[in-house]
Ligand binder design. Structure first.
Ligand SMILES: Cc1cc2nc3c(=O)[nH]c(=O)nc-3n(C[C@H](O)[C@H](O)[C@H](O)COP(=O)(O)OP(=O)(O)OC[C@H]3O[C@@H](n4cnc5c(N)ncnc54)[C@H](O)[C@@H]3O)c2cc1C
Length: 414
């Protein structure tokens, strides 16, 4: 079976891995190369701790407060755009206690199985990708966020995700460099992290060796379709026929589904990261600086700091104020950790594909018998890539699925 995956980000490559293992003849088409999407410079975290979806009670009020601070971690660019307004309305409706309760076990199960698959990859792959299983620290400077994190820790334990509330003393033993301002935190021992660039490069090389065909710098423009089937892709480099097609095009997925008459509510959520070769100190643990919503990842002898969520359409402008917001926050959480503003070329940015309810879109669609969608992973695409690839391969092979994915139906907003 000839299967074409549109998108060579982490989701596309994970799909290629499991499909190739199933015996498919696989091609990956990307309008850039594997380093041009959102998957390359992210924080690399594998996150059983992230079982609460982005759309959750309290998020709207928080978002509105953040909107007025140019250095804040969240921003929606106000504009009259029907797709954005419709997405915002769906986000608002999804931010309910009931929807959160429905989503939590799904996100937990996806993350837990995905982490297990990463562990399998670590023993199976012939290249290191820096998988480090030391957990995640949530560092708090303010009482209200410590209370929120403690509440999340209780919820976590209730649904079987390990979480421990830590005193400042206990935190200091684990991370001696934390600042005097830290008042406490929560530790998720089952979280992990890896180096996204090592993972993507190694995976691509192995897939190529195993016969997966890569077509970089090739943009899918349209589809040839008849009788409820897609027969071929029309690209700027010619026509590609296929028997199965997977759309794993991250933030660009809605432009492709639109060509097929399918609506996929999704907004690009821009974030930035900076990777320091010579950091003031190499920290011991990955962490989230909770008030600043900054992710901190030690990657070998480098340190990576990432954050912000700018819902501002597909655009690649670097917002210096928000990058400054990320970097300045770091010194509030770690002693002697001043990071000067870098030149713009050093700042990486990526567009997270955000669904309104914080759940990915994974599944088949009714209108085309040979189309599968794998997108909308927002802040968890790296973490959920292996499980997504596994589920996509199972869907296409019509096998029993490893997890129930009813809530991930790509047509749930029909
Ligand atoms: C600052 C930051 C930190 C993050 N940290 C984490 C983290 O710690 N853990 C985690 O799990 N996630 C994290 N994420 C989120 C994660 O990076 C994304 O969820 C993930 O990369 C999405 O992968 P993807 O393959 O769906 O999309 P992408 O990586 O964007 O890949 C989509 C690909 O599709 C291609 N494409 C699009 N349209 C077409 C077309 N028409 N024709 C051909 N090709 C096309 C693009 O060129 C692109 O290469 C972070 C994101 C950011 C911004």
């Amino acid at each position: 079976m000839k299967t074409i995956i549109i998108g060579g980000g982490v989701i596309g490559l994970a799909c290629a891995y499991f499909l190739q293992k199933e015996g498919h003849e696989v091609s990956v088409i990307d309008k850039g190369d594997i380093s041009s999407g959102c998957s390359y410079g992210n924080a690399g975290m594998i996150t059983p701790s992230h079982f609460i979806p982005l759309a959750a009670p309290g998020m709207i009020a928080k978002g509105i407060r953040w909107m007025f601070d140019p250095e804040s971690p969240f921003y929606i660019k106000p504009r009259f755009d029907r797709a954005l307004l419709s997405w915002a309305w769906k986000f608002y409706k999804a931010s309910s206690q009931k929807q959160m309760q429905r989503a939590m076990p799904v996100l937990r199960d996806l993350n837990v199985l995905s982490k297990k698959l990463y562990q399998d990859w670590e023993s199976e792959m012939d290249f290191p990708f820096g998988l480090t299983q030391k957990g995640l620290l949530m560092l708090c400077r303010e009482q209200h966020s410590l209370e929120e994190e403690n509440h999340t820790a209780k919820l976590a334990n209730q649904i079987g995700v390990k979480a421990e509330t830590l005193s400042v003393e206990a935190l200091r033993k684990m991370e001696p460099g934390i600042s005097e301002d830290i008042i406490g935190g929560v530790y998720f021992p089952d979280d992990a992290y890896l180096s996204p660039s090592l993972l993507l490069a190694g995976l691509k090389k192995n897939l190529q060796q195993d016969g997966v065909d890569f077509h970089p710098n090739t943009e899918v423009l349209d589809f040839e379709k008849s009788n409820g089937q897609i027969n071929a892709l029309v690209t700027d480099k010619g026509r590609f026929a296929a028997s199965e097609i997977i759309i794993a095009a991250g933030s660009w997925s809605p432009f492709l589904t639109k060509k097929l008459g399918l609506s996929l509510p999704l907004q690009a959520g821009k974030g930035y990261s900076l990777t320091l070769d010579q950091a003031p100190a190499l920290l011991q643990h990955a962490a989230i600086l909770t008030e600043a919503k900054v992710a901190v990842t030690p990657l070998g002898d480098q340190m990576r700091f990432g954050g912000t969520m700018e819902i501002a359409g597909i655009n690649h402008r670097i917002n210096q104020a928000r990058v400054r917001g990320i970097l300045q926050s770091v010194s509030k959480y770690y002693k002697n950790y001043q990071i000067p503003m870098p030149v713009e070329e050093k700042i990486w940015h990526g567009l997270r594909p955000c669904s309104p309810d914080g759940l990915p879109y994974i599944g088949r669609v009714d209108s085309f018998s040979n189309l599968t969608i794998a997108s909308g992973h927002a802040m968890m695409g790296l973490s959920l890539a292996p499980v997504t690839g596994l589920l996509v391969a199972e869907l296409i092979a019509r096998k029993k699925l490893s997890l129930n994915i009813d809530l991930l139906n790509p047509q749930r907003y029909r």
